[in-house]
Every structure is written in structure tokens, then in C-alpha cells.
Design a protein around this ligand. Structure first.
Ligand SMILES: NC(=O)C[C@H](N)C(=O)O
Length: 331
């Protein structure tokens, strides 16, 4: 008999219609009461940790969640975390970095429609998440609309549809059917021991390039941030004609800021070795992101900066695959 803990954090799944629109209000026990087919095979305890729309979630809330799992880790066989969808991908990645080599499933789910509504995806998603949390598998996963996504690979692609999440640059882990779980990817069993490191440095900026961005904006960043993630274009170049951003980025790195380059393209990642706009970037100084998604890069950088103040060491951590966040490293 599996012993599970369901941790609730808010989101649409726990929302009710209030005076100012949908807002989370349902607690963990009430949420569980909506799920009818509580069957044998597991026992479930609940923890109402917070009740936030995930738009209001901050890195400190990721730490609260990681600490809750850490605190209860030995007492349970698996964890279900219910969460808003808007920042779920960030939370899933953040937990993947803070809670490494888990030998038990830590499953995050939510819904597009509140569980209190007649027609809702919430019941299915919770039921699926519970089923996956009973599996003999370790790590952090997003379960949504019958699909299981690696915690470092999820993105929210759709605002309304039930299939809100996609797995980026990585196969779905599994599909959850009514009668069985179909694995799509072989999962290696965990041999390293479970580690928890929740020290985050939140001095991180995410900047999306667009034609016309003023280079001077970079002058103010060094005083405010220790890490800057630049969502560049295509394979990952930086403009150096007219509005020369390259010079400014080099200056930032010289000042000790860790600059990570990624791409606005969702699929296939950066490869700065192809074009002159990419090759001009000093690869010794800049941090490559390969095919990580932005939702993973941002919390990974907060986590890496939380562990070391040495930019070279932060670059090394960022470029090292963790929790399957990087698969192909361009040669
Ligand atoms: N579907 C949802 O959960 C959206 C909600 N605004 C949230 O992220 O909390």
C-alpha cells in the first residue's frame, strides 16, 4: 500500500469565483473530496501549504515547497503537488534543481478549469497525478492532460486548452490512459542519494532581445543583477551592428555578471557556433544553454548563483546537465 502526501498550493484547480474573479480558496481536504475514485492501492494524507494564484508565486514559495517535501520525504512513498498552471513550469524546474536524485515521484499538477466547476479537467489531472505518484520512479514530473513531462522540460504553451503543457526538446515520459500507464521513455533508476539545496540567489534578469533594443540598458544591470539570461534569436546570436549589444554584454561579463544566452525559438536550442553573430560571442566567458528551456534556465541560474559566487563555477554548473535538462551538447 503506497502512502502519498498531497500538498496544495493554490492555482485555478483550487479556485472559486469571487468578487474580483477566480481566486484560490479550496483547501487540500476539500480538493481531495472532489476526486471520487479514491481506491485501494494507496493512502493519502494532505497538507494545505499555501493558496496562491501561481502568478503570485515567487522563488521563496519554491523554497517553501521544496522544504515541505524534504520535511516529509521519509514518511511517504510519493508526493502530489497541486499548483497553478501559469508558473508551474518554473516551479517544476526549480524543484528539480533543489531536490535532486529523488527516488520517489514528486508530481506536480493543476488544471485549466476549477475543480468546483461542473465541467473540469481538474479531477482527471489529480487522479492521473495520484496514479503516477504510485509508480516506482524517482524525480520531479508534471502530469497534465494525460501526459507526464520531465520537471525541467515543461512549458505552458496554451492559455485555455486542456493540453496546456508541452515537453520541450525531450520526449514525454509517459502517457496515462484509463487502464494503464504507457511509458514513452525508459527511466534510469536513481543510484545517487537524494540531495536538497534550497539556497537561491534571485538576482537574475531575463531579457528578451528585439530589434531596436537600446544597448545602454545593459549599463545599469551590473549593479542590480548577478545573472542575466538573454533570450536571443534563432541559433543564438547577439547584434553587433549599429546598436552594438555585444560590446555591452562583454562589459557585463567583465564586471562578474553571469550571462546566459538562449533562444526565443522553443525547439532545438541554441548553437552559437554556426553564424558570425554567434561566433563573435566569447564562448569562454558566456554561458551556453544548449537546449534548456527558459523556465528551467531562470531557476537553475538562481540555484547555481545560490551555491557559488564564482562566475566560472556558476557557468560550469549551468552547462552541466541536471535532471535531464540538457540532452544534446552541440560540438
Ligand atoms: N490555470 C491556472 O492555474 C491559472 C492560474 N492563474 C494560476 O496559475 O494559478
Amino acid at each position: 500500500m503506497k502512502k502519498l502526501l498531497m500538498i496544495t498550493t493554490g492555482g485555478t484547480i483550487a479556485s472559486v469565483e469571487g468578487e474580483h474573479g477566480l481566486a484560490p480558496a479550496v483547501n487540500a481536504n476539500e480538493l481531495l473530496n472532489y476526486v471520487s475514485d479514491m481506491n485501494n492501492g494507496y493512502t493519502m494524507e494532505t497538507l494545505s501549504l499555501m493558496n496562491l494564484d501561481s502568478t503570485n508565486m515567487q522563488p521563496e514559495d519554491w523554497v517553501t515547497m521544496a522544504e515541505a517535501v524534504q520535511h516529509h520525504y521519509d514518511a511517504y512513498d510519493g508526493f502530489v503537488i497541486t499548483h497553478g498552471t501559469d508558473t508551474m513550469a518554473y516551479t517544476a524546474a526549480a524543484l528539480s534543481y533543489m531536490l535532486q536524485n529523488a527516488s520517489k515521484p514528486i508530481v506536480i499538477t493543476g488544471s485549466q478549469i476549477p475543480i468546483t466547476f461542473q465541467k473540469t479537467d481538474a479531477k482527471r489531472n489529480i487522479t492521473d497525478a495520484i496514479r503516477f505518484a504510485c509508480e516506482e520512479i524517482g524525480g520531479v514530473y508534471v502530469v497534465f492532460d494525460g501526459r507526464v513531462i520531465q520537471g525541467t522540460r515543461a512549458i505552458k504553451l496554451r492559455t485555455k486548452s486542456y493540453d496546456a503543457f508541452e515537453s520541450i526538446n525531450y520526449p514525454y515520459i509517459a502517457f496515462i490512459h484509463e487502464d494503464r500507464i504507457e511509458y514513452n521513455k525508459k527511466i534510469q533508476s536513481q543510484i545517487d542519494s537524494f540531495t536538497v539545496d534550497t539556497s537561491l540567489c534571485t538576482d537574475v534578469l531575463l531579457l528578451r532581445l528585439y530589434p531596436g533594443l537600446k544597448p545602454e540598458v545593459f549599463d545599469v544591470l551590473a549593479n542590480m543583477y548577478k545573472g542575466v539570461v538573454i533570450e536571443s534569436y534563432g541559433s543564438g546570436g547577439i547584434p553587433f551592428e549599429r546598436r552594438d549589444l555585444l560590446q555591452k554584454i562583454n562589459e557585463l561579463v567583465e564586471k562578474g555578471v553571469v550571462v546566459v544566452i538562449t533562444t526565443q525559438c522553443l525547439e532545438e536550442g541554441e548553437d552559437m557556433t554556426i553564424y558570425e553573430v554567434g561566433r563573435r560571442i566569447n564562448q569562454e566567458l558566456i554561458t551556453r544553454s544548449s537546449n534548456m528551456n527558459t523556465e528551467a534556465i531562470v531557476p537553475k541560474l538562481m540555484w547555481a548563483l545560490g551555491r557559488s559566487a564564482e562566475p566560472k563555477e556558476v557557468k560550469r554548473m549551468m552547462e552541466t546537465p541536471i535532471a535531464d535538462d540538457i540532452t544534446i551538447w552541440p560540438s
